[in-house]
Design a binder for this molecule. Structure first.
Ligand SMILES: CCCCCCCC(=O)CC(=O)SCCNC(=O)CCNC(=O)[C@H](O)C(C)(C)COP(=O)(O)OP(=O)(O)OC[C@H]1O[C@@H](n2cnc3c(N)ncnc32)[C@H](O)[C@@H]1OP(=O)(O)O
Ligand SMILES: NC(=O)C1=CN([C@@H]2O[C@H](COP(=O)(O)OP(=O)(O)OC[C@H]3O[C@@H](n4cnc5c(N)ncnc54)[C@H](O)[C@@H]3O)[C@@H](O)[C@H]2O)C=CC1
Length: 311
């Protein structure tokens, strides 16, 4: 019995010291995903530095975090407005902002990159961070579709490199895909999984395959919905209604595309079409290209398949 107790305590201590391994987090990119990741990391007690290109963008990121926290407070602190105010100010107090990414990683245990879905821009960023960050700092990308291994080669720390793929909206979606490349050490992978659990997410282990688990299934499904409309088989609104009421999805594929961002969808599909030209599931969509060319990027630009502008 004592032996079992000692073993349990030891394994708890190991997990717990691993969970404590990551205290300070730098989130690079304060857009849709980065602001959500920063919010949840700060809510779960981590010190967060959020980085973006300008103070103006960072101001908007903080405002969107505040708005999201108000939604949480409305439910969680319905009977305790003072407690709600304290909750918000404690969380916001754990988030600082920076426009210089090299300076932002100086005291960081973990970097989570959530910038534009472009391999060259991501590689340039990581190559520079590699020289600025302490040796122990683990680097991760939140990329939806790029191979983690292709990004990691820009650094000299591939054993401390992995993927943390969050889902939108980060405060609501319970899943976190933890991605390892062949060079990722067990220690790094365990720390990343423990960090995900400390963020109160359910983690799944993924190999560095296109789209990991969720997007490998979700992207072809969504693009096939677009092809269905291109063929004139159904209207996009009917496809959405059908998938919500007939398959139980919370959003139809067109609502979800607008929510994710049509530009992000296009970055993903174009990248896969170029890298895997033989795969018919990854061919470009004329309908998607048309919306992006017209600047209709979805909810974030005020219009996509649906109109989000206040009348
Ligand atoms: C396109 C395919 C390819 C994509 C490839 C790139 C993308 C990726 O790499 C990976 C992805 O993220 S894929 C996207 C995954 N996300 C989804 O599938 C979201 C599906 N939608 C939902 O779950 C709900 O509609 C949702 C939870 C969003 C909203 O719920 P409802 O529909 O019930 O609507 P609401 O009434 O507005 O919300 C209900 C309550 O939820 C809370 N809430 C929602 N958003 C929040 C947020 N941002 N922050 C904090 N709380 C939030 C909120 O409590 C709300 O209650 P109230 O505010 O009181 O109304
Ligand atoms: N939109 C979605 O639903 C999801 C997106 N992702 C991935 O997350 C990443 C970010 O996507 P979103 O947040 O949707 O994009 P977004 O366009 O909302 O935000 C990107 C932010 O990065 C900033 N940025 C660009 N280059 C930068 C640099 N060099 N240094 C600092 N900041 C820089 C931009 O100013 C912008 O604020 C992408 O890799 C995307 O594939 C992952 C899961 C879901």
């Amino acid at each position: 019995m004592a032996q079992i107790f000692r073993t349990t305590v030891r394994s708890f201590a190991t997990t717990s010291s691993r969970q404590n391994a990551i205290k300070t987090v730098t989130v690079i990119g304060g857009g849709l995903m980065g602001s959500g990741i920063a919010q949840v990391a700060a809510t779960t007690g981590h010190q967060v530095v959020m980085v973006d290109q300008t103070d103006d963008i960072l101001g908007k990121s903080k405002a969107s975090i505040q708005k999201s926290l108000q939604r949480v407070v409305k439910k969680k602190f319905a009977e305790d407005p003072k407690g709600g105010e304290q909750f918000v100010s404690d969380i916001l107090g754990r988030i600082t902002t920076q426009t210089d990414s090299n300076a932002a990683v100086a005291n960081s245990d973990l970097v989570i990159e959530a910038i534009v879905e472009n391999i060259d821009v991501k590689k340039k960023l990581f190559s520079s961070l590699d020289k600025a960050a302490p040796q122990h700092t683990i680097f991760t990308s939140n990329t939806s579709s790029l191979p983690i291994g292709d990004i990691a080669v820009s650094t000299q720390r591939q054993d401390r490199f992995g993927g943390l793929h969050f889902f939108n909206p980060v405060p609501m979606m319970k899943l976190l895909e933890v991605v390892r490349i062949p060079a990722t050490s067990d220690e790094t992978f365990n720390k990343l999984s423990d960090f995900g659990k400390a963020m109160k997410k359910t983690t799944v282990d993924c190999k560095d395959t296109p789209g990991f688990i969720v997007n490998r299934l979700l992207v072809p499904y969504t693009i096939e919905a677009m092809r269905m409309v291109e063929r004139g088989d159904a209207s996009f609104k009917d496809v959405d209604t059908a998938m919500k009421l007939g398959a139980g999805y919370p959003m139809g594929p067109f609502e979800l595309s607008d929510y994710v961002g049509l530009d992000t969808m296009k970055f993903i599909l174009d990248g896969w079409a170029e890298k895997y030209p033989e795969n018919p599931l990854f061919q470009p969509s004329a309908l998607l290209n048309k919306y992006v060319a017209e600047g209709k990027l979805g909810a974030k630009s005020g219009e996509g398949f649906y109109n989000y502008k206040k009348k």
